[in-house]
Ligand binder design. Structure first.
Ligand code: GLY
Length: 382
């Protein structure tokens, strides 16, 4: 049987550039892809309990075929693992395994594992290499690419971390088949984000094919992953440290992070779900300040709702939606966002689909009004 096509995308960052390999059944061929980028024949795979049970052996066998030896560190699954406590545990276990400077950490998992393992790699022995093997749609299309690493604190998401580019990203779309639909949809929100930022043609393709991507059409999924990775690679290559264009990737995220702090990073609202709610709020704010017609917000809302993503702030914070203080509480969380400069939060606003830009001059009274209106009324009808 012919193997499925493999796409090799480049993230051009000079000496720190690397390939993003997108395809299917890549874990069994991991040695072939990792071999050329490793400095030693020894890796430490960092994973979580759920992912390790499904894919660790496959990855290990693939590495073994290329003569690469492999230790593993398996952590509890879930966003709460992305904290100081688990970072310390991970560093201790790397030391206990006598991990050396030439060895490579392989992050096998979703965004939590990728961010935590990437952060550990960036500080362990003053920095060792990391390869990202993302196993969720969200990690494949966003968090594994671009070198952001970090952990959460009680003040907010990803407030402590580093930029540490991986040496390779291996995105095996076949592993997405074992993901619960809810996780696929959450990742899909980040796919939609690329269309909304600057690619109206991709957005229109998603309006036609989003249901196929979410329900498991392999070709549609591969296309969505590789087009998203290409978009992210293009943006990161232009602005690695987020001094300009990369901030566009935060479309919906200023709202989303505040909602996540409010709801406590649990399973109640996954990151991608919060991003879907946040993107609707970003377009609502854009319409409110006269940048785009309200129909544009409605079109974004329709598509996200059609694939089953949450879009309604009131439902997202349902147990407190009648609490008068919640809008202020969300605004307070926004003031802790790491993109705050001179006390002003950054918002990604849009003049239309595919025309997003960063605005640091948003009047917080407009944000407050959008929050209050969204908390008072259900979102627009499908
Ligand atoms: N997830 C946003 C970024 O990588 O910049």
């Amino acid at each position: 049987m012919n193997p499925e096509p493999v796409q090799r995308l480049k993230l051009s960052l000079g000496e720190r550039g690397y390939e993003i390999v997108v395809g299917e059944e890549l874990l069994t061929r991991s040695g072939e892809f990792l071999g050329p980028v490793l400095k030693s024949r020894r890796v430490v795979v960092v994973s979580d309990e759920n992912v390790a049970a499904l894919y660790l052996d496959l990855l290990r066998d693939g590495l073994k075929c290329a003569g690469i030896s492999c230790h593993d560190i398996v952590l509890p699954a879930g966003e709460r693992t992305k904290d100081f406590h688990h970072l310390m545990e991970l560093l201790d276990r790397l030391l206990a395994l006598h991990t050396e400077r030439q060895d490579t950490i392989v992050a096998l998992g979703g965004g939590v594992v990728g961010d935590l393992a990437g952060f550990a790699a960036s500080i362990f022995l003053r920095g060792i290499d990391v390869v990202q093997v993302p196993t969720t749609l969200l990690a494949q299309v966003d968090s594994s690419v671009g070198g952001k690493t970090g952990i959460n604190t009680r003040f907010g998401k990803n407030l402590v971390g580093t930029f540490h580019q991986p040496h390779l990203v291996l995105a095996d779309a076949a592993v997405l088949e074992s993901l619960p639909e809810r996780q696929i949809r959450a990742g899909y929100a980040e796919v939609v984000k690329y269309g909304l930022i600057d690619d109206v043609e991709f957005y229109e393709w998603l309006e036609q094919n989003g249901a196929a991507v979410c329900s498991g059409d392999r070709q549609a999924r591969r296309y969505a992953v590789s087009r998203s990775c290409a978009a992210k690679a293009r943006i990161v290559a232009e602005d690695e440290r987020e001094s300009g264009k990369r901030a566009l990737l935060n479309l919906g995220h200023t709202f989303a992070h505040a909602v996540e702090v409010e709801t406590g990073y649990g399973d109640r609202l996954l990151h991608g779900e919060a991003v879907a709610v946040g993107m609707v709020l970003a377009f609502t704010l854009s319409a409110r300040v006269g940048l785009c017609p309200i129909d544009v917000r409605d079109r974004v809302h329709r598509h996200l709702a059609a694939v089953g993503l949450p879009t309604d702030l009131r439902a997202a914070v349902s147990d407190r939606s009648h609490d008068d203080g919640i809008a202020d509480s969300l605004i307070e969380h926004m003031s802790q966002d790491k993109k705050v400069r001179d006390g002003r939060a950054a918002f990604v606003l849009a003049r239309g689909i595919g025309s997003a830009f960063v605005d640091r001059s948003v009047d917080m009274s407009d944000v407050r009004s959008v929050l209050l209106e969204s908390l008072a009324a259900p979102g627009p009808q499908k």
